[in-house]
Design a protein around this ligand. Sequence first.
Ligand SMILES: [Zn+2]
Length: 205
Amino acid sequence: MGNLSTLFDQNQEWSDNIKEQQPNFFEESAKGQSPNYLWIGCADSRVPPAQLMGLGPGDLFVHRNIANVISHSDINSQSVIQYAVSVLKVKHVVICGHYGCGGVQAAYEDQNLGLIDNWLAEIQDVYRKHKNEIENNSSEEDKLKQFCELNVLAQVQNICHSPFVRQAWEEGQDLSVHGLIYDLKTGLLNDLDICASSAKEADNL
Ligand SMILES: [Zn+2]
């Protein structure tokens, strides 16, 4: 098993611990999933979704990418949204950004990084739209913090315009979309008070 032996050992220990608490856990879990939440967050290794909310296997349907971007042309994230909303019928979609996001910072600095520039262009659109507001902050740290928050807002708006979300609302499905931000320095989630539970609420964001 080469260099991965530590991971296999820890996995064995994790599985043993769960079975000790709940002997049938994995058998039951293998029968199917019905999570209440779709989490869309950054791929950053310091933002582990289930872990930071004390949740376990089966609780969260998860999609992660650099800087939690939802692009309508990205078949990966759109497929995740469709499956979670139309098939699993999750009740909440959570878009969670985080302060100190390397993707947002790279978009801000506008460096030449290769392929990722295409991805970051989505976030640069957010910057262009809110440039004055962001640049009004006195420190670089505050500018980036606000940029991270505005990126969450933009991605919540993108999700709310997804045809799958619109269809769910039209059909009266119980579904809310929320915008949160995680603080690496405290380990806490902050509610950005961005939430829509209907097309009307989404249009007012
Ligand atoms: Zn990030």
